[in-house]
Design a protein around this ligand. Sequence first.
Ligand code: ADP
Ligand code: MG
Ligand code: MG
Length: 878
Amino acid sequence: MFGGKGAGLAEMTRLGLPVPPGFTITTEVCNMYYSNGKRLPRKLMSEVKKNIVKMEKKTGKKFGSTQDPLLVSVRSGAAISMPGMMDTILNLGLNSQTVIGLAKKSSNPRFAWDSYRRFLQLFGKVVFGINDKKFDQVLDRAKHAQNVQMDSDLNEESLKNIVSEYKTICENHLGKPFPEDPYKQLELAIEAVFRSWMGERAVVYREKYKITRDIANGTAVNVVTMVFGNMGNDSATGVVFTRNPGDGTRKIFGEYLVNAQGEDVVAGIRTPQPIDNLAKELPKTYVRLMKTCEKLEKHYKEPQDIEFTVEQGKFYLLQTRSAKMNAIGMIKTSVDMVKEKLISKERAILRLQLEQLDQLLHKTIDGEAVKNYPSIVKGIAASPGAATGIVVFDVKKAVQMGEDGVKVILVREETKPEDVPAFFVSMGILTSRGGKTSHAAVVARGMGKPCIVGCSDMKIDYIAKKFQVDGKTFFEGEVITIDGSDGNVFLGEVPTIEPKITDDFRTILRWAEKTKRLGIRANADTPETAGLAREYGAKGIGLCRTERMFNARDRLGLFVDMIMARTVEERKAVLEKLMVLQKSDFKEILKVMEGYHVTIRLLDPPLHEFLPNIEELINKIHLFEKQNSQDEIAATKKFLDRARELAEINPMMGHRGVRVGITFPEIYEMQIRAICEAVADLTKNKVDAHAQIMIPQVGNVTELNHVKKIYEKIKSSTESKFGIKLKINFGTMLEVVRACLTADEIAKVTEFFSFGTNDLTQAVFSFSREDAEGKFLPEYLEKEILVENPFQSLDVNGVGSLMQIAIEKGKSVKPNLEIGICGEHGGDPNSIKFCHNAGLNYVSASSHRIPIAIIAAAQAALIKKSTKSKTKKPKKKR
Ligand code: ADP
Ligand code: MG
Ligand code: MG
C-alpha cells in the first residue's frame, strides 16, 4: 500500500535515521484515480493539505511562503521497485515569488535559481510531457555562453536566464501561464505520478519482469521535504550500495557529487566521484554513512541500496531498498551473510533470484584467444560477461534488428529509461558517458547483460553513424565484442569460454542439496552434455533423446537410408549399422552417468522429419531438369515420393512415438537391443550402468504391452548371451491425455512414469506449440488472456490437475512408482515448486539449468515447510 519507497522511508524514520519529514499517498488512491475515470478523489487535496501543515510544523517552513518556503519532492513508488521507470519532481513549491524568498533565506541566490530551473525542467517534462531535449538545449547554450563545462559552474545570471527560457518553453507548450500556486502544482504532480503508472515505460517494464497486479497494484506517491545537496561545496548527493553489487564484496560501493541534486549522479551529466573520496572530502558524512549502512543491513538482513543527501554538512537519507545485484553478488552475499551470522542458511537459499543465476552460467572472454584481437578502447566495466554483436547507435533500429534475431550491441553516449526496450534485445550495451551507477549500468546489471559505460575516449557521431577512437573510425554494422567484466571493447568476434561454478556457488549448492527432497536429473543427449550435467550436480539423466543422435552429421545419411528402404530386409540391414553407432553412444553416456539412472527415450518424431522438405525437393528437381541430369532427377523423385507418402497434416498428433515403434517394429527392436547390449558390455566391465527404457506417446496400455513383449524378449536373450542380469527398467512417458486418465492400467506394466509436459500441455490446451508461439500466444500474453506462456511455466490448474490424477492413479497401483518430469518445465522454478508439492521423485532439466533446478528444489522444500508450520501453529494454540 505504501509502495517500496514509502515503506522504506517510514521504516527508516522509525529506526531514528535522519529522513526529511513527509507523507505517503497509498496505492489505493492510485487505483481510485483509475476507477474514477482518471480523476483524483475529491477529498484528496484537503487530506494533502492537512499533511502539508504537519510538515510545516516540523520544519518551521511554510508551503508557498515568500519568506521561508517549504519545498517538496513528489516521488512515485510501487510495491516493487521499478528504478527509473517513473519520474520524480524536485523543488516543488517554487514560483516567481517563493524563489526570491528562498534566495534571501539561504543567502544563496545561485542555489535558489538552480533549484528553480531544476523544478521547471522536471515539472515540464513529467507533468506536461515536454521533451527533455528542449530544456537540455537551453542548458547547453547557457553553459556555452558563460563558457563553462559544468552545470555547477553556472552563475546566478545564467540560471535566471535559463529559468525564464524554461518558463517560455512551458507556456508555449501549454498556451497559458505556468501554474504558480504551490497546491495546484502539487495536485498536478500527484496526478502525473499516477498517470506514469500506466505510462509506456512502466507498462513495458512490468510486462518484461512479469510484475502482475498481485505483485504490484498501482503506485504510491511520496511527498517529502526537500533537502538540498546543491547548496554549495559542503553539500552533496549520492547513491551507495552497502556491498558491491557487482561481486558482493563487503565494502560500500557508490558514487556522489558535490553541489548537486537529485538524479545528477545517475544521469551521468557530470562524472561522479567514487564514494571512497568522500572520506577525505566530507569525513564526518562518510563516518555517518558507514554507520547507517551497517544499521540498515542489520535491520533488513539484506544489502541495501541507499540514496543520501548532505545539506551544508547535515546528513539525510532519502531512500533505502534491497540492493539489486548480479548473480555473483547475490551468491557471495548469501554465503557471507551466513558466515557473519546475519542470516540463516534457509534465508540464504530463499533470497536467491533463480532466473538471475542464469548469468553465472553465461560465457566469458577466452583469455588466450583474446590476445589476437585488437582492443579498440576501454571503459568502465559495469556488468560482467562477454557479448558479441554489430554496432548499432539508434535505439529503434536496435529494437527492430534485435527482434529480427540480429545480434546487436547498443552503442550510446548515455541511456535513458525510454531506451530500455533496446536493452532487452541487445547482446550488450556500450556507452561513452556515465559511471557505475549510471542508468545504462544499473539496467544492464539487472538484466544480466554485459555492459561497459564511461568509455570517454569513444567519440560518437550519431548522424554519421560512426564512432572514433584515437583518430580511428568505426562504423555502424561493424562487429565488436565487449567484455563487461573488465571494460575492454574488441574489434571482431572474440572466442568465449563457458562459465565455471565458483566456490561460493558450490557452497550454496551444497546447502541446497541438503535441503531439497526432489531428485535432479538432466535432459542430455550426448556424453558432453551429460558430463556437464553431472559436474553441475545432476544425479542421472531424465531424458536422452535418441533421435538427436540420428541428426548428427555422420548418422543422418544412414537414417535416411533406413527410411527410404522399401523392404524390411533392406531396412534391417541399415538398422544393423545404426545399432553399432547407437550402442556406442549409449555406452558413453551410461559411463559418464555411472551409478545413476539414465532414461533413454526410444524414437519419437515422425519419420518425415528426417527427410528434406517437399518444396525443397521440387525445387531441386526443377533445377536438375534444367541441367538435364537424369540420374539426379530420378533419385530426387524417389525422395519426393517417400516424403509425400509420409507427409502429415498434423504431425504433432500423427505417426510418431510408439505408433512408429509398432508399425516399424525393427526400429524399436534395434534401439532396445542397442541399450541392452550397451548395459551388458559395461556391466561386464564393472561399470555400474543403469538404463531406463522410455516409450513415448503412449495413450493405451495395449501399446505398451505390445512393446514390452519385444523388450522382454530382447532383454532376456541378451542376459543369457552375456550371462548376467541387466539393470534396466521399462517405463513410459505420460504425455497423452488418455494415458494420464488410465494411469492405473499403465502403472501395472511400467516401472516408472515421466511426464512429458511439452506434449501434455499441447494436448490439454489443444493447440500446437509452434502455432501458438508463432501466432496468437504473444497477443494472449499481452492481453493477459494467459498470464504466462504455458510452455515455459507449467499450467498448474490445467495440466497440473491432469498430472495429479495420473499420479494418484499410478500410485494407487504401485505406491512406490518412480515419477518424474522431463519437459522443459523441469528447469522452471515455479514448475519445480509444483512438482515438489505434487510429490514427484525428480525433475529433469537441461544441463545448464541444473544448478538452478537444485536451488529451486531447495526453495520449494523450504516454502512448503514454512507454509506447513504456519498452518499448524494456530491449531496448537487451540
Ligand atoms: P527513483 O525512484 O527514480 O529513485 P526518487 O524518488 O528516489 O526516484 O528521486 C530521484 C532523486 O531525487 C533521488 O536520487 C533523490 O536523491 C532525489 N530526491 C528525491 N526526494 C528528494 C528530497 N526530498 N530532497 C532532496 N532530494 C530528493
Ligand atoms: Mg526516477
Ligand atoms: Mg531513488
